[in-house]
Ligand binder design. Structure first.
Ligand SMILES: [Zn+2]
Length: 378
């Protein structure tokens, strides 16, 4: 058992008695940037994070308090901007405190990993100490870039998308009969992996959007305009520092989800509405419910969208050395397919007043058949 596990589970009175002493003794100059008295759960979390980071990290550095201040800023900007509120704060804190996947230690990246911005392994978030690349974010200082990537890693912890594995599995299971009816006979086609990667792409984009939003908000700087960039041989539109190729597909998907987009909604509004949904634990189920309306073609459309997204994600990751590229994949045709399918499924309705009807994953045993969409050779 790691040392921090003992303290993590102590009751509140013990924490209150112990931690101020620990901080006073070891970090006599440390002070939180904000007064968290009105949010005792956040204060408690930050204190534990401080303790765990200093006592459990392999490296003790004098700048560690700066990283704790970044985490404070994450909460402060989230609350002040209205993205975090009393409804979603319990879920946010639960995810961060989760003993298996939560975020309990922050540290700087070990020198051998200094080529990446941030990293999240088990309970640790590791951040590059020197972040100097400003190419896509010219107005941010090196410190703000560091914060951007801290916020990004935190976003992964609190957005409930990939963590809803059982819902994703149910979708993959129930899409099977539809795929077979459409002539997908080879079980080796990696559609399961692509669907999961599709959800991954959505989480990656929303995580980046949350990080960008909170970084510019806390820096009181104007966000960059959308601009055209080249990536994976395609012209893409984005205002993100990184993962820009995921942005328009995610926005287009957001336009098909009730309550995320009105006719005049900006791209930022659509993404923020998606983020607010993903801060509640049922977002993945809600997304599937949007397409699970007893219409097999609609359900199949969601599959095609997620599969194309998964392929783009896989190709993007392969471009920086994670995983193998898909041979012969035409990324542009994936992006076109996502745009085309989502445009047909645009939904401007408000969120249903009484929530969604409960989902029946077994309603697609006898779907109609036609040929399977294809994005180049696999
Ligand atoms: Zn990420």
């Amino acid at each position: 058992m790691a040392q921090s596990d003992i303290f993590w589970t102590y009751d509140n009175s013990t924490i209150k008695d112990y931690f101020p002493y620990f901080l006073r003794e070891n970090y006599p100059t440390f002070k939180f940037s904000f007064n968290w008295e009105d949010f005792p759960q956040i204060q408690d979390y930050l204190t534990r994070l401080m303790f765990n980071s200093f006592s459990n990290s392999s490296q003790v550095r004098s700048q560690l308090p700066e990283l704790i201040h970044d985490v404070e800023m994450f909460f402060a900007a989230g609350l002040m901007s209205g993205i975090f509120d009393n409804n979603n704060l319990p879920s946010i804190l639960n995810n961060l405190k989760d003993s298996r996947n939560g975020f309990r230690i922050v540290e700087f990246l070990p020198p051998e990993l200094s080529g990446v911005f941030g990293n999240s392994i088990s309970n640790k978030i590791q951040i590059n100490e020197r972040m100097t690349r400003h190419g896509n974010s010219p107005s941010l200082t090196a410190e703000e870039i560091r914060r951007l990537y801290m916020f990004h890693e935190m976003g992964h912890k609190i957005l409930n998308i990939l963590s809803q594995g059982s819902v994703i599995q149910s979708f993959i299971r129930t899409i099977g009969p539809i795929l077979r009816s459409k002539g997908l006979s080879n079980p080796d086609l990696n559609y399961k992996e692509f669907v999961k990667d599709g959800f991954w792409m959505i989480e990656e984009c929303l995580t980046q959007e949350l990080a960008e939003f909170l970084t510019y908000y806390s820096s009181q700087k104007r966000r960059p305009q959308f601009e055209t960039r080249r990536d994976l041989g395609c012209d893409i539109k984005t205002n993100h520092d990184y993962y820009g190729i995921f942005q328009m597909p995610t926005i287009n998907l957001g336009k098909t989800i009730r309550g995320c987009s009105k006719i005049n909604s900006t791209n930022e509004e659509i993404l923020i509405n998606m983020i607010k949904k993903a801060l509640n634990s049922n977002f993945t189920l809600e997304l599937i419910s949007e397409y699970n309306q007893g219409n097999a073609q609609l359900y199949y459309d969601l599959f095609l969208t997620l599969r194309a997204m998964g392929m783009v994600k896989k190709q993007k990751y392969a471009s920086f050395g994670i995983g193998r590229p898909i041979n012969g994949l035409n990324v542009q045709s994936c992006l076109n397919a996502i745009e085309h399918i989502t445009r047909n499924n645009r939904d401007l309705r408000e969120y249903p007043e009484n929530g969604y009807p409960s989902i029946d994953f077994n309603s697609y045993q006898n779907p109609p058949s036609d040929s399977m969409g294809s994005f180049g050779q696999r």
